[in-house]
Design a protein around this ligand. Structure first.
Ligand code: C5P
Length: 423
């Protein structure tokens, strides 16, 4: 499988202000470059007390800009050259002082100067400004900092969240810089088209686990990867995303709210609780491999193996099963359902089975794939089936990684929504 280059062709500015989180910015830079971006680094004097400009030059492959009066720029205008054809500016870490400088519109160091000088909306296409704050918890919670954060947001910057936990100073609380992977995901999302802006998307993912006693149960081989990729793609597309997931080992995507469940009945209850937030312009995507049946009874204690005196087994249990609720059909049957998308994992006759499912579950769109070929894998190819036509995705039918596929699928779903402008 070819590596995805989510930032290919992007020209980005990574600006570092002073803070111990600077050591993480080296890793962030490496991730940005690995994702295909051309990155130009700017460092304040404070940042250079924590890591060297040489480190960032070596990782970016470009000289690091540190000074308004940089003699290497013939016209002494690094703030103009750095910002005019940038796709985004990212400040990570953004210290309390750097944020205060932006809030005041100061321009006495290269970082604040280039943020003020960036195209922001009057003339040229605005250059997005992302800010990843990093500071001690008292500094972060201080009304002055919160006032400054609100100010830079209302001036058009996107302020990312902060992490919570043990801080370099030994105190515990909110104010840590987000991890480099999370910042990278935020950056990719900030540069993505937003066909789902203002919409809510609810997704089920993973297998269910149907218990027979406190330590045993029945499950399946669904990894949850497709549902989690869809959650990420929908978030990138601007939706507010909730993910109801069975037991899986996939990290929750950045920006996505997750509910953990085990059984089909718990999944249904969680979905019904979430779905009340959704209107007809919102989306429900059922990717979960819900167990069709569950054991009819749940033993309260572990079922013990018993033996007769001659060591022959005396209690081999026989499983009596009952049918599980159909979550997708239940949502589709609501008086005002969201736009419902189902998945069909088949082993043959994809189109025929998908059409039958479309009718039986009363949903407008089924995503059909070959089950054994996709479970647990990182790539996939699907067939989108609606009442009129069937469309392979990717168009040439060649399997692609699940996030690329999820992004294409989200674009297709967005195009079909009532009131969509991406028709
Ligand atoms: O009926 P079948 O399991 O083949 O249908 C698959 C689709 O229905 C998937 O979208 C799956 O998430 C959903 N489904 C469900 N609840 C069930 C069974 C399937 O939501 N009990």
């Amino acid at each position: 499988m070819t590596e995805r280059l989510d930032l290919a062709g992007r020209r980005l500015v990574l600006a570092l202000s002073g803070g111990i989180a600077c050591y993480k910015s080296a890793e962030l830079l490496r991730l940005m470059v690995k994702a295909g971006a051309e990155v130009h680094v700017v460092m304040t004097a404070g940042a250079q007390r924590f890591i060297t400009a040489e480190t960032m030059q070596a990782l970016s492959g470009h000289p690091v800009a540190t000074d308004i009066w940089d003699a290497r720029t013939a016209d002494l205008m690094p703030h103009i050259h750095l910002t005019r054809d940038a796709d985004a500016i990212l400040i990570a870490p953004a210290s309390a002082d750097a944020i205060a400088a932006l809030a005041q519109g100061r321009a006495d160091d290269l970082l604040s100067l280039l943020c003020l000088a960036r195209p922001w909306g009057v003339g040229a296409q605005p250059v997005p400004l992302l800010i990843a704050p990093a500071m001690n918890r008292e500094m972060w919670a201080h009304p002055a900092t919160q006032r400054n954060v609100a100010q830079v947001q209302s001036d058009g910057a996107q302020v990312l969240g902060v992490g919570s936990g043990l801080q370099a100073c030994g105190e515990v609380g909110e104010g840590r810089m987000l991890e480099p992977e999370a910042i990278l995901d935020e950056l990719i999302a900030a540069l993505s088209p937003k066909p789902l802006r203002g919409r809510r998307v609810l997704i089920t993912a993973g297998p269910t686990f149907e218990a027979m006693d406190p330590v045993r149960g029945i499950t399946n081989l669904s990894s949850g990867k497709m549902g989690f990729a869809l959650a990420r793609a929908a978030w990138e597309a601007g939706a507010e995303v909730r993910l109801v997931a069975g037991p899986v080992h996939v990290p929750t995507p950045q920006g996505v709210g997750r509910v953990h469940v085990q059984s089909a009945e718990q999944m249904l209850a969680a979905v019904m609780q979430e779905v009340v937030q959704l209107g007809p312009g919102d989306v429900f995507i059922a990717t979960a491999a819900v167990a069709d049946w569950r054991p009819a009874t749940l033993a309260t204690q572990k079922i013990k193996k018993e033996r007769r005196g001659d060591d022959t087994p005396s209690n081999v249990p026989s499983l009596v099963m009952v049918e599980n609720p159909d979550i997708l059909a239940s949502v589709a049957a609501l008086p005002v359902p969201p736009y419902c998308v189902g998945f069909a994992a088949e082993s043959e006759k994809l189109l025929e089975h998908a059409r039958a499912k479309l009718v039986r579950k009363k949903v407008p769109l089924i995503v059909a794939n070959l089950g054994p070929a996709t479970f647990g894998r990182d790539d996939n190819a699907v067939l989108l089936v609606d009442a009129e036509r069937a469309q392979p995705l990717p168009a040439d039918g060649t399997p692609t990684d699940k996030l690329t596929l999820a992004r294409a699928l989200v674009a297709e779903v967005a195009r079909r929504l009532p009131g969509s402008r991406s028709q």
